[in-house]
Design a protein around this ligand. Structure first.
Ligand SMILES: O=C(O)c1ccccc1NCC(=O)[C@H](O)[C@H](O)COP(=O)(O)O
Length: 199
């Protein structure tokens, strides 16, 4: 199971996620209680070994702006929330970067199709809200069969196993469920989440 831990803002949290075995870490570069600046993201990137994807997370910004900001931070991946088009996928790829395209669980059926992104992420209505949803509702979407996609929204160390099974997810993504309070990561929960997901 591919595991991404998102909304990291301290070297300690990055270290914990990487040491626990996370496959990807996310730095929020858009308005959020978890926001980091591009220089902060660049500094945190120093704790991310090769082989672990470091992702810049954006919502609603034009893809070209997201790419420029992520590049300034030294990141190779962007995660784009908000209404997106096939042109956005091209913009990211033309810049030589990789894309996680985020959609909500109630998006139109076309949104679940393969637009050429490296990973699709299916999230709650409000990203980073910690809101759980009916994970099993996406299990039977034909477009997801055989795809690399991440389940997100309201996951935590206790529910991740059941949620991933219900959704038939390829991977999982977490932020709120590994926090002590909004924006403050709990190192024990990060460890427990990755362990539970990988089990
Ligand atoms: O974390 C945020 O505040 C945020 C703001 C704007 C766009 C995306 C954001 N986060 C994305 C994520 O952290 C994850 O992809 C996912 O939404 C995590 O959800 P949750 O575990 O429910 O916090």
């Amino acid at each position: 199971m591919f595991v991404k831990v998102c909304g990291l803002s301290t070297p300690e949290a990055v270290h914990e996620a990487v040491n626990a075995g996370a496959d990807a870490v996310g730095f929020v570069l858009t308005a959020s209680p978890r926001v980091v600046s591009p220089p902060q993201a660049a500094a945190l990137l120093g704790g991310v070994p090769e082989g672990v994807a470091a992702v810049g997370v954006f919502r609603d910004e034009p893809a070209a702006d997201a790419v420029a900001i992520a590049r300034a931070a030294g990141l190779e991946w962007v995660q784009l929330h908000g209404e997106r088009t096939a042109e956005d996928v091209k913009t990211v790829h033309d810049a030589g970067m990789k894309l996680i395209r985020a959609v909500t669980m109630s998006a139109a059926p076309e949104a679940f199709g393969n637009w050429g992104e490296e990973l699709l992420l299916i999230d709650a209505a409000v990203p980073g809200s910690g809101e759980a949803w009916d994970y099993g509702s996406v299990a039977a979407i034909p477009a997801l069969t055989g795809r690399r996609w991440l389940l997100a929204g309201g996951l935590d160390p206790e529910n991740v196993s059941q949620a991933a099974t219900a959704a038939v997810a390829w991977g999982v993504d977490v932020s709120s469920g590994v926090e002590l309070s909004r924006g403050v990561k709990d190192l024990d929960k990060i460890r427990a989440f990755v362990k539970a997901a990988k089990a």
